[in-house]
Design a binder for this molecule. Structure first.
Ligand SMILES: *Cc1c(COP(=O)(O)O)cnc(C)c1O
Length: 437
């Protein structure tokens, strides 16, 4: 399979170069030249396949002969070593829990798959790779945990000191081995600026092989298609319409869903659930894409004012707004509505949802308003992207009840924080990178 850049479709790249570069040299995002099509036999066998087998069948089509089947199967088994159960909350609504990975958020799928793919290419080429990631929370911990202990890869996480939650900080700073947390005396934007500068600094790149693991890497998108199929597998009634509500920020999760549909999965329509950062909703209704500075909300992983995967969605639909609107509806909600939704869902069903999933729950409810329902054979799936205990303060307050923290999180809170403190000056960061072994 060849890949092209969303800025120029005439130059082709291999899967390996697309993954190792992350971003195309012209600043575009990589997309597969063709959307692979799954055979009819795959769908008729779907119920019998394990989650890992589904992942293997799909990724094979995106990677083809660049990684042998045995190695690929091994990568999938290591990366996707947790489940994605579909929880039925009422007759026509269910919740796909994507938080059973090590850092309790769906970013584990992308980060773990990417880490194992990079590790494979790094070993094959006998090189060493240094991954630089600026993080404001969730991405960093998923990446760190995904790369933890992987040979030949060093990970440097830059995070803004005192500007991430206690739980997030512990998840970022309690790993050791090949993962170093750099506690930057500055903001998230300062961290991002340091990383960007490093990638174009002649002296650094002559001495260190750098790579990025940010959300635009195509190898983070591919594994996110797996769970859409896994969700279908678990629908236990005959349906002729399936709607999926996707809590959206950078639109990576939604893009993966749209790709799954294009591969042949019978999803009737996507509902893009947004918080007050609603640039994508405005685009769908007005046809103009107007990035803005992000605003802070309680569903903070969706606080994105300029969603990077937007160009991929345009590319999937040849820039045709009508086709995008046929496939996606978008709704946005504020924090107050989100808190009330957490409470309402809990009271109605006993299900405890996190603030991101709650926006997804609201969006599917809004979607059904004013519509005549044919509920008997309709299923609406809400993607639950993080475990509620990652946002324990907001959730406990909303439902007026203490919630149980999973063992994984408790263990990490007991460990010792370990960081290297640096200023926001590029010269300091550069010296650290160059002199560190
Ligand atoms: C990253 C994230 C999102 C947003 O996903 P995108 O792919 O960026 O749209 C939603 N929920 C949680 C918990 C996240 O970490």
């Amino acid at each position: 399979m060849n890949y092209f850049s969303t800025n120029n479709s005439s130059i082709k790249y291999t899967f390996e170069s697309a993954v190792m570069m992350g971003l195309a040299p012209d600043g575009g995002l990589f997309m597969p030249e063709l959307t692979p099509q799954l055979q009819h036999s795959f769908f008729s066998e779907l119920k019998k396949l394990s989650f890992q087998e589904i992942g293997f069948e799909i990724s094979k089509l995106f990677i083809e002969n660049e990684i042998t089947n045995n190695v690929l199967l091994n990568i999938i088994n290591k990366a996707i070593n947790f489940s994605a159960p579909l929880i039925h909350v009422n007759k026509s609504v269910s919740i796909l829990e994507l938080f059973h990975g090590p850092t309790l958020a769906f970013k584990d799928f992308g980060a773990r798959f990417l880490a194992n793919i990079i590790s494979y290419f790094t070993k094959k080429n006998g090189t060493e790779t240094n991954i630089l990631v600026a993080t404001s929370g969730d991405t960093g911990s998923a990446v760190a945990s995904g790369f933890y202990g992987i040979e030949g890869v060093n990970v440097y996480l830059l995070y803004p000191s005192k500007k991430v939650s206690k739980i997030q900080e512990m998840q970022l700073t309690t790993l050791d081995k090949n993962v170093t947390a750099l506690e930057v005396n500055g903001t998230f934007d300062d961290c991002q600026a340091l990383v960007k500068k490093a990638f174009v600094d002649e002296e650094i790149i002559s001495k260190k092989k750098l790579s990025s693991a940010n959300s635009i890497n195509i190898a983070r998108l591919i594994p996110q298609t797996f769970y859409y199929f896994e969700a279908f597998k678990q629908i236990n009634k005959s349906t002729n319409q399936v709607y999926i509500s996707v809590p959206s920020g950078n639109l990576g999760n939604l893009t993966a869903g749209l790709i799954a549909k294009k591969m042949g999965l019978k999803i009737t329509k996507f509902i893009s659930a947004l918080n007050s950062n609603n640039v994508f909703q405005n685009y769908l209704s007005k046809g103009v894409f107007e990035p803005r500075a992000s605003v802070k909300t309680i569903s903070n992983a969706m606080d994105v004012g300029n969603p990077s995967n937007f160009v991929r969605i345009q590319s999937l639909f040849n820039n045709n707004l009508n086709s995008i609107n046929k496939n996606v509806s978008a709704y946005s909600f504020n924090d107050d509505e989100t808190k009330k939704a957490i409470k309402k869902l809990y009271e109605d069903t006993g299900y405890i949802i996190d603030p991101h999933g709650a926006v997804g729950y609201l969006a599917q409810k809004k979607f059904w308003e004013n519509k005549v329902l044919v509920k008997a054979n309709t299923e609406c799936i809400i993607l639950e992207t993080a475990h509620p205990s990652k946002f324990i303060d907001v959730v406990e307050k909303a439902i007026s009840k203490k919630i149980e923290m999973p063992e994984k999180l408790k263990l990490c809170l007991e460990k010792e924080k370990n960081t290297v403190k640096i200023s926001k000056r590029f010269a300091d960061f550069k010296e650290y990178l160059i002199t560190n072994k």
